[in-house]
Design a binder for this molecule. Structure first.
Ligand code: NAD
Length: 406
């Protein structure tokens, strides 16, 4: 299977062919402005020293400072971070916010570290990168396995080193440390606004049966939001297993249950299923909200959902995209569907620099029209070119980046 960066480049090549974009623009977007690899020494609790490998990829800053999350995962490697940084550049363009694309990561299973070790590792990441980070240079945020607390440690480390106390160097901070209202649920809430904007076009019923892969930040908030809006969430999963109930899951209870037991296993009144079965569940809407490369040429043919909305980044490979397109299953692409996260991150940055604090209502009232407008424009581009929404989204993003780069 291709790695995530190769997938991203294949998507770019397809759009370049379809729309005849300027060759120089495409060449510039075939590699990041720079990719930085660092080693982070951490004194472990038992007195030994461990060296962790970290990355920051600054992909493109035509529209504004590099912007993108930091992932802590044992499988994180440079190609994954490059792919995520590339998609961030396009995502910020799709959202029409003045930010460029970047991404970071550390190869680590954070569940194996104590809290103190995790804090030293997070601060170590900033120590190594303090020269290139900054509110007007490169602004990280959370991603898989990174929490508001980790963002607060990083912001504090940056303030200690540089004296910049605005907090605008990093987003996704806790509320009492300059975080924005609504940032926690922003990715899922934004996905829901996009779903509402495109629901008719996706030929979905008024009330949908929904299956969600991944029950972390994006997935659990999505389950809550879709359920509160009257849809039926029939299945969810985490890295260990999935659970299913045809009549719908009690999401509030499930969130409490997962918090107290650390697992979905043993939740009453459900059937336990595998992640493979979850993806192939009979439903109206499938929401991948875990990792890349989940729907591939091996399982795309077995998908029974009527539509897919990508809250995860890169969950569908280019080969699977073609299969789904032929099967008539529309895909709302990641760079639109999960762009609510980075948009509210941009709001946080803006509030920090202006010394303001907006209510959650204000935040979502600003977010919804942005996503409505992007959804409409992307759908138009797709129709004009007789193509899918992913290519429509790439076209809109490339138009905006090209205009600025010129
Ligand atoms: P998270 O760490 O909070 O949650 C990840 C979830 O995926 C966990 O429940 C984990 O158990 C589950 N998981 C891991 N491996 C799995 C597997 N093989 N099958 C099923 N589930 C699995 O991370 P998150 O922040 O929710 O991010 C999830 C996805 O959403 C990522 O692709 C991320 O890049 C994307 N995303 C997140 C945000 C955000 O604001 N958090 C914004 C944009 C995009």
């Amino acid at each position: 299977m291709q790695n995530a960066f190769e997938n991203g480049m294949e998507q770019l090549a397809k759009v370049a062919k379809l729309k005849n974009f300027d060759k120089d623009l495409i060449a510039r977007l075939q590699q990041p402005d720079r990719d930085i690899r660092i080693s982070i020494p951490v004194k472990m609790d038992d007195g030994t020293l461990r060296i962790f490998e970290g990355y920051r990829v600054e992909y493109n800053n035509a529209l504004g400072p590099y912007k993108g999350g930091i992932r802590f995962h044992q499988d994180t490697e440079i190609n994954e971070v490059k792919a995520l940084a590339f998609w961030m550049a396009l995502k910020c363009a799709v959202a029409g916010i003045p930010m460029g694309g970047g991404k970071g990561g550390i190869t680590v299973n954070p569940k194996e570290l104590s809290k103190g070790e995790l804090e030293r590792l997070s601060r170590g990441f900033v120590q190594k990168l303090s020269d290139i980070l900054g509110p007007y240079k490169d602004v990280p945020a959370p991603d898989v396995n990174t929490t508001p607390e980790i963002m607060a440690w990083m912001a504090d480390e940056f303030a200690k080193i540089t004296g910049d106390k605005t907090g605008a160097v990093i987003t996704g901070k806790p509320l009492d440390k300059g975080g924005s209202e609504g940032r926690g649920s922003a990715t899922a809430q934004g996905g829901f606004f996009v779903f509402e904007a495109l629901k008719k076009e996706l030929n979905l019923p008024e009330k949908c049966k929904v299956a969600i892969q991944g029950f972390g930040n994006a997935g659990s908030y999505a389950a809550l939001i879709w359920k509160k809006a009257g849809h039926t969430v029939v299945a969810v999963s985490d890295s260990k297993l999935g659970i299913y109930n045809e009549d719908g899951l009690d999401i509030e209870k499930l969130i409490e249950y997962k918090k107290s037991t650390g697992s979905l296993s043993g939740f009453l009144g459900v059937k336990e299923i595998t992640n493979t079965e979850l993806l192939e569940t009979e439903c109206d809407l499938l929401i991948p909200a875990a990792f890349e490369n989940q729907i591939t040429n091996l399982n795309a043919d077995k998908i029974k959902a009527k539509a897919i909305l990508e809250l995860a980044n890169g969950p569908i490979t280019p080969e699977a995209d073609e299969i789904l397109f032929k099967k008539g299953i529309p895909v709302v692409p990641d760079i639109l569907a999960n762009s609510g996260g980075v948009t509210v991150s941009y709001f946080e940055w803006d509030q920090n620099l202006k010394g303001e604090h907006w209510t959650e209502k204000e935040v979502f009232n600003k977010l919804q029209p942005i996503l409505d407008d992007s959804s409409k424009k992307i759908s138009q581009r797709a129709k004009e070119c007789n193509t899918d929404l992913r290519r429509g989204a790439f076209i809109l993003a490339l138009e905006r980046i090209e205009e600025k780069m010129k």
